[in-house]
Design a protein around this ligand. Structure first.
Ligand code: MN
Ligand code: MN
Length: 472
């Protein structure tokens, strides 16, 4: 026995520890260079999806465009679909359900992946346009949970629709093209921030201070007042044919204007706006697009309104998903509730990645980490697990076995310390329909900030996880 052999021989304790104790390693150490390259390549498509779909409407339209390319057709109510047939149903241009019919009858259950395509942002108010001291601004009302101070001095673009007085719909997308102008919320210079700096952090910038700067040049006519406002409205009328009252029937969303970028010298991460939850939307979308003749009927739903609590007719606390499933079931002479009661769902949403710079709110033993793979989160909520579905041990066991069988790098995660805050996902609303549900998604750094960060490896593993769930 030479020196090297001695080194290889494991002690009793080492052998026992290997067998009995948890031993998670960084995913990049567990993947071949070839697989890592695959993950990087997968994220090129992801970055392009992020740039094309910065709002729920745009992400929905992009998902439909990709689905049509992959052979999906528009859902026809009452039609009996055969195994392998692919179709999509769009809800009010803001949510989409993509379905691939399985070989087995619907009453054996559905495999559903549910992600959301709305993200925190600044919505324009219904009377947004005003002039103050010869500057023109838009009043906004923020959407979702944000640290308001992060949204100042960031270049912003404007996306959405305006319904004119005569009913015509105008689509707006300005600030994304390199030749477009952008907009910005201002902040006070540090030299004069004495009193601002004494405010508590949540009031450092108040909601009513999130005013978007949109112009400064007056209309040349001494007979009118509010000349800058008039000049801006004249430009908007010229470009979009709209008048001030048209803002009343508009949905205009200001979002960060920057594009998705690689992060790090090693390009291992993606930085972009709106990765919560388009990172899971993209991966769940790619999984359903590549799904062919599955055993069980598979669905991906990309929903709206998660960030404001899932209420409203495009959110998953409404009835559009069960209505769709019930309508589909009826064509086969089945009762929708019997389908949902045996169905399974991966609630595809992000979790907070451990941040070493802000370690305090995390409980390290149960936090998700960048590059440790897709996160399965048994429960979310806050204050003693309020507002969560809490997946059963049996269902967690089933998903654990599925992931391990398919070589998926995965981890568990809990959203911060007990009583340290909390949050929810759509899991509870789908669980309330009598599905088995668990949260499965990607860990994110700087979640809900204008520029969020994910790992390419974790994103690729999320895709692999959803694909394995559908193919199982
Ligand atoms: Mn989310
Ligand atoms: Mn969120």
């Amino acid at each position: 026995m030479d020196k090297n052999d001695k080194k290889k021989e494991k002690s009793e304790g080492e052998k026992l520890a290997e067998k009995l104790l948890s031993n998670k390693k960084n995913g990049a150490l567990r993947l071949s260079d070839e697989k890592l390259k695959k993950a990087d390549k997968f994220c090129e498509g992801y970055k392009s999806f992020l740039d094309k779909g910065k709002t729920e409407r745009e992400a929905c339209a992009e998902a439909v465009a990709q689905a049509e390319k992959a052979g999906f057709v528009k859902y026809e109510a009452g039609k009996k679909y055969k195994a392998g047939e692919k179709f999509y149903f769009v809800n009010r241009e803001k949510a989409v359900i993509l379905t691939v019919m399985g070989k087995k009858s619907l009453d054996k259950g559905i495999r559903l992946a549910a992600a959301h395509i709305d993200s925190p942002r600044l919505d324009l108010k219904q009377n947004p346009l005003y002039e103050d001291k010869e500057l023109c601004l838009f009043k906004t009302h923020y959407y979702g949970g944000i640290k308001k101070y992060q949204w100042t001095t960031v270049p912003m673009s404007l996306h959405g629709v305006v319904i004119k007085g005569d009913g015509e719909k105008v689509t707006v997308n300005i600030g994304e093209d390199k030749d477009d102008p952008v907009f910005c919320v201002t902040d006070i210079l540090p030299h004069l921030a004495e009193s601002q700096m004494k405010r508590p952090a949540h009031q450092l910038i108040t909601g009513e201070e999130l005013n978007l700067l949109i112009g400064s040049r007056p209309f040349k006519d001494d007979k009118v007042s509010n000349k800058v406002k008039l000049n801006i409205m004249a430009i908007l009328n010229d470009k979009y044919g709209i008048v001030e009252d048209d803002f009343i029937s508009a949905e205009l969303e200001a979002v960060p204007a920057f594009k998705a970028r690689d992060i790090g010298f090693d390009r291992s991460m993606v930085g972009a706006y709106g990765q919560d939850d388009r990172v899971c939307a993209y991966t769940a979308l790619q999984a359903i697009l590549k799904c062919k003749e599955p055993e069980m009927t598979c669905m991906t739903v990309l929903t709206d309104k998660e960030e404001t609590g899932s209420d409203g007719n495009t959110g998953l606390n409404s009835s559009y998903l069960p209505y769709f499933i019930c309508d589909l079931a009826r064509t086969y002479g089945l009762d929708g509730r019997n389908v949902m009661s045996v169905s399974e769902c991966l609630s595809a949403d992000v979790n907070a990645a451990f941040d070493p710079t802000f370690a305090e709110p995390f409980e390290l033993r149960n936090s998700s980490q960048i590059n440790y793979g897709v996160v399965a989160t048994k429960f979310t909520g806050s204050r003693g697990k309020a507002g969560t579905s809490d997946a059963s041990a049996e269902f967690v066991g089933r998903i654990r076995k599925l992931f391990d069988k398919n070589d998926i790098i995965w981890q568990t995660g809990e959203l911060g310390k007990v009583d340290g805050g909390g949050g929810g996902t759509v899991a509870q609303y789908i669980a309330n329909l009598d599905f088995d549900v668990i949260d499965v998604g990607v860990p994110v750094l700087s979640m809900h900030a204008p520029f969020e960060i994910t790992s390419k490896l974790d994103t690729y593993m999320a895709y692999k996880a959803f694909a394995a769930f559908f193919e199982d």
